[in-house]
Ligand binder design. Sequence first.
Ligand code: HEM
Length: 528
Amino acid sequence: MLFQVLSDTLSYQLDAMLIIAGTVVALVPAFLLAFPARTTTLPGPPGYPIIGNLFQLGKCWSETFRLWGFKYGEVFAVRLGERDVVIINTPRAAMELLEKQGGAYISRPLFHTFHNVLSNKGSAPYSIGTSPWDGSLKARRKAAATAMNKPGVQSYTPIIEYETLAALKDLLEHGKEYIDPNRYFQRLGLNISLFVNYGTRMGDIDSELFQEIVDVSARIGEIRSVTSSLVDYLPILRIIPNSSRNLEAKELAARRTVFLEKMLDDLLDRIKDNTDVPCIMGHILRDPEAKLDRTEQMSICNTMVSASLDTFSTTMLWMTSVLAQRPEMQEKAYRDIVSSHAGGPLDPFSEKSDFVLAIVKETSRYYSIVRLALPKATIADSEWQGHRIQAGTTVFLNVWACNMNEELFGDPWSFRPERYIEKQESDAARATYAFGAGRRKCPGMHLGIREMYVTCMYIVYYFRLEKARENIEGSASLHPVEAIDNYNALTMMPKQFKVKFVPREENLERLKHVLSNEKFPGGKDVEV
Ligand code: HEM
């Protein structure tokens, strides 16, 4: 009897072991198949089986890639779990691959969490910046980009002025105390996009809708960031269907659909009543020939609401932080504004102050807000110094490393706006890579630079910035790597700081009057 029990137990154990061994043997090829072969012959750092280089990237991937560039070259490859990623680390390489062989670099890769869980092709479509290259993307990009070219941006002059003065009025009122200026810049950036897209604006900074858009966009920004999700690189982790990250992504998608649908439907109502003003979506909805369906319209709305919200406000935060800590730079900018207008009225749109424009460019260079641009995908084979990069490869343009290129900028670690005014040997040295490069470069660049110029000029002209004593941690608080708040976000925000906006004009009633812009240039101050 005892012998029988022992024999049965052993036999069960043997069965169990055989099942486990069989499963492992069966899974190994499936597992290996899930990890496609290398798509490039480029050199790169050695990694580990399955995970590749994933756990060697440190807290700030763009800085690690910059440093690896000294060892592995201007263009190299890393293995991130299942995918090869080519890193473009210098302006010269960006020119060679993204401009000269640019046709191959025109697409965007798909990522599991963002493209499969958060987005779908129905009610939560991809934005322009996350869409692979196809006919629909071309049409959406054209509709948005036409409105943001130089003449388009020129026509938004009244709204940029209106919104900037509205923000300054709030800063005059609330900025007597030390404040975190972030939401004032967020509303300013968002309102300009809302106007360009829907012909409307959001009045109240405390409104629930504004808070909702800001909150949802920031959290989606993190999910969208290529540095935040292991599951995007390790397919094995996707066997957990209801992970907290998946649930969060689904919840955010649903919340985003609610406000995007509402704003589009409100515009349709205004079109019916003939109370709409010229804007991107109005153009599309009124055009009987327009070929864009509702999903594509939602994609444009999604893009316009999210594209400038954090990019503009984050650049303005760094700029405010630098100026508040460097009063001599504020005074230099103030004197330049005064002298460049030679006693005439203040004109923010002719960009007369070279020094203010230089501050805008230097801030976008030095702080490289979107450090790895948006990921690119190749659609054809290309070549770098004899190494092949196959179609279907993911590519990160290291904006940060390009902006910190010593060959081009000489002293890249100094925050020195003057570099954009001094005579330079090449035009490239006047560049900033903050807006990316190649055929998917930011189409909102002119609009973004215009918004930042006007905001900087008005702030410096009307106020002196003072940073709160408790925030001043010397140069560390301005360091472009150490002072970052969240390395996994899409935009690199500084750690929170507080600043006072002290009016230069002593007569506050007069200043209030100057900042009062009579009427929303759309004809009607629409509260969304
Ligand atoms: C203000 C500062 C801004 C910065 C620093 C910035 C930066 C960037 C970067 C780095 C990219 C990726 C480019 C690449 O992959 O090479 C991008 C893409 C894009 N940006 Fe901006 N951006 C800004 C403002 C804006 C504004 C105001 C808009 C429009 C309202 C906008 C619309 C877009 C769109 C639609 C794309 C995707 C383009 C595509 O994939 O074809 N951006 N931006």
